[in-house]
Design a protein around this ligand. Structure first.
Ligand SMILES: Cc1cc2nc3c(=O)[nH]c(=O)nc-3n(C[C@H](O)[C@H](O)[C@H](O)COP(=O)(O)OP(=O)(O)OC[C@H]3O[C@@H](n4cnc5c(N)ncnc54)[C@H](O)[C@@H]3O)c2cc1C
Length: 475
C-alpha cells in the first residue's frame, strides 16, 4: 500500500514536528508540500484517502464522468462532422470504472509526493486534545504528535436535509452518484449549484429523464443572471426540466420509486422518480476534533478565520472547505500555500475571494470571476458591460459549438475589470485569462491592447472587452 510505504520509507520516528496538517485534501497536502519546501519538518494526518474529496469524490472523478458523456454526445453528432458512427451506446459500469481509475491514479500520486517531500504520513482519525497536540487513532494504535503549528484541513461533506436524507439506493448524495447502483431512468436533482447541475448534465446526456428543482429564482444562482438564463435555455433544449422557486418538501420512498412533494407557487405537486440526487450544499467536518475545548469559534459548520486563515488560537489555522466559502479546491490549495509560508516566516498576501474563479463543467460549461453585473451595481459602481456571442467567433463555429456568450463588467470610472462571466464550450479553460488580468489589476486598455491568437475561443474575451467600449469588430 503506497501510503504506508511513504510513511515507513521516510523513517520519521520523531513525533514532534514543525507543522502538522490534519486532512490530505487539496488544502492539506498542498500546505504540507509547501511547508516541506520551506524546510519545515512536516506531518500529515488522513483518515481515508490521500487527495481528499477533490481527487477521490469531487473535482476529478466528476470530470472523468462528464468527459464520457461529452464524447457520447459528440458521437451522436458524428454526422454533422461528416463522420459516421452506428450503434452508439454506453456501458455505465465501464464509464464509472474509468472515473474511479482516474481518481485512484491521482490519489496514488499524492502518496508519491508526500514521500518525495519527506512528509510523515499518519493514516487515522485525528483529534486535538490540547493546544499544539494531535492524537491520531489508526489501525495499529494511537500516535501522539506535537507541533508549534497545526493546520486544520478536514474539508466538508454533503448536507443532508431532514426527510431528504440519502439511502444510497433511491436517494443519493454525490458519492452514490459517482458510483451509482443503477442508471436512473427518471431522475430528480435537488439543488442547481455546481454539483447538482454537473450530475444533472451527466445523467441527462446519458438519457435519464432529468428534472432539476431549485429553491432560488434561477439555476446556478451564484452566477450572473444573464449567464444563468442562457445556461437554462440550453439545459431545457437538451430535454431537462427545470423548476425554479420550487422546494422539495418531502420524499415518500417505496420499492423502486420515490414520490417527491414539490412546492411551487404555494401549491404542492407530487411527481414520481426512480432516483433522487440531493445536492443541497455541504457542511464542514468540524465535529469530534476537540475544537470547542480549544476555544475555536465556529460559524454554523465552519471554522471562523481571518484573512490569513488564523483561528484566533495561537498556532492553529484552518484552510479550505472547513474554513468556509468559496468551497473550491483551488481556494483550499492557495490557502494551504499562504499558511505554510506564514508559518515559515514569509510575508504572503492574503487570499482575495473575489479573484477566485468558479467553474461548472456541465454542458454548456459555465465559468466566472469577480462581481456579477447585479453585485457591481449593488456595490455602487458605475459600470460598462460588454458581451460577445459564440456565434460571432470563427473557432466556435469550426468546433460546432456556436452556443454561448462572454460577458465582462468594468468600472466605468477606472476601467478596472470587475467581473467576467462565460457560458459555452471550454470556458472553464478560458476564464484563467481574466483571472490573471484581475490579479495584475488590469484595465480595459491593457486588455484591448493585448493581441489574442486567431482562431481561438479566447478572441471572444477580447471582443467582449471591445464591446464594453463600443469597439467590437465581429458583431
Ligand atoms: C461532486 C463534487 C464535485 C466537485 N467539483 C469541484 C470542481 O470541479 N472544482 C473545485 O474547485 N472544487 C470542486 N469540488 C469541491 C472540492 O472538492 C473541495 O472544495 C475541496 O476538496 C476542498 O479541499 P479541502 O482540502 O478543504 O478538503 P477535502 O478535499 O474535503 O479533504 C479533507 C480531508 O480531511 C480528511 N479528514 C477529515 N477529518 C479528519 C480527521 N478528523 N482526521 C484525519 N483526516 C480527516 C478527509 O478524509 C479528507 O480526505 C467538488 C466537490 C464535490 C463534492
Amino acid at each position: 500500500m503506497p501510503i504506508l510505504l511513504a510513511h515507513a520509507e521516510t523513517k520519521m520516528t520523531a513525533k514532534t514536528f514543525d507543522l502538522i496538517v490534519v486532512g490530505a485534501g487539496p488544502g492539506g497536502y498542498v500546505a504540507a508540500i509547501r511547508g516541506a519546501q520551506l524546510g519545515l519538518n512536516v506531518a500529515i494526518v488522513e483518515r481515508e484517502h490521500m487527495g481528499g474529496i477533490c481527487l477521490n469524490w469531487g473535482c476529478i472523478p466528476t470530470k472523468a464522468l462528464l468527459r464520457s458523456s461529452e464524447v457520447f454526445h459528440l458521437m451522436q453528432r458524428a454526422k454533422e462532422f461528416g463522420l459516421s458512427a452506428s450503434k452508439i451506446d454506453y456501458d455505465l459500469d465501464a464509464v464509472v470504472k474509468r472515473s474511479r481509475g482516474v481518481a485512484n491514479q491521482l490519489s496514488g500520486g499524492i502518496s508519491h509526493l508526500m514521500k518525495k517531500n519527506k512528509i510523515a504520513v499518519f493514516m487515522g482519525e485525528a483529534t486535538l486534545p490540547a493546544k499544539g497536540k494531535v492524537s491520531v487513532k489508526g489501525e495499529k494504535g494511537t500516535d501522539e504528535l506535537t507541533a508549534k503549528n497545526i493546520v486544520l484541513a478536514t474539508g466538508a461533506r454533503a448536507r443532508e436535509l431532514p426527510g431528504l436524507e440519502a439511502d444510497g439506493k433511491l436517494v443519493w448524495t454525490y458519492k452514490h452518484a459517482l458510483n451509482p447502483p443503477h442508471m436512473p431512468k427518471k431522475l430528480l436533482v435537488i439543488g442547481s449549484g455546481a454539483i447538482g447541475i454537473e450530475f444533472a448534465s451527466f445523467y441527462n446526456t446519458l438519457g435519464a429523464d432529468t428534472t432539476v428543482v431549485e429553491v432560488m429564482d434561477r439555476v446556478l444562482p451564484v452566477e450572473d443572471a444573464e449567464i444563468s438564463g442562457f445556461a437554462k435555455k440550453q439545459f431545457v433544449k437538451q430535454g431537462m426540466k427545470i423548476m425554479e422557486k420550487a422546494m422539495v418538501k418531502k420524499l415518500d420512498r417505496a420499492k423502486g420509486k420515490v414520490t417527491a412533494h414539490i412546492e411551487v407557487n404555494g401549491k404542492v405537486e407530487k411527481q414520481e422518480f426512480d432516483t433522487v440526487i440531493s445536492a443541497v450544499g455541504i457542511v464542514g467536518n468540524v465535529e469530534n476534533l476537540g475544537l470547542e475545548a480549544l476555544g475555536v469559534k465556529l460559524d454554523r459548520t465552519h471554522v471562523t478565520v481571518d484573512e490569513y486563515c488564523r483561528t484566533g488560537v495561537d498556532g492553529l489555522f484552518a484552510i479550505g472547505d472547513i474554513a468556509g466559502a468559496p468551497w473550491l479546491a483551488h481556494k483550499a490549495s492557495h490557502e494551504g500555500v499562504m499558511v505554510a509560508e506564514l508559518i515559515a516566516g514569509k510575508k504572503p498576501h492574503a487570499v482575495r475571494p473575489e479573484s477566485i474563479a468558479g467553474c461548472t463543467y456541465c454542458h454548456p460549461q459555465v465559468a466566472s470571476v469577480g462581481y456579477t453585473e447585479a453585485k457591481a451595481k449593488e456595490l455602487g459602481y458605475e459600470i460598462k458591460v460588454g458581451r460577445f456571442p459564440f456565434i460571432g467567433n470563427g473557432k466556435a463555429i469550426a468546433l460546432g459549438e456556436p452556443e454561448g456568450m462572454v460577458k465582462t463588467v468594468f468600472d466605468a470610472k477606472t476601467g478596472e475589470l470587475l467581473g467576467a462571466h462565460m457560458v459555452g464550450a471550454e470556458v472553464t479553460e478560458l476564464i484563467q485569462g481574466y483571472v490573471v488580468g484581475r490579479q495584475l489589476e488590469t484595465t480595459e486598455e491593457d486588455l484591448m491592447q493585448t493581441v489574442f491568437p486567431h482562431p481561438t475561443l479566447s478572441e471572444m474575451m477580447h471582443e467582449s472587452v471591445l464591446d464594453a467600449y463600443g469597439q467590437v469588430i465581429h458583431m
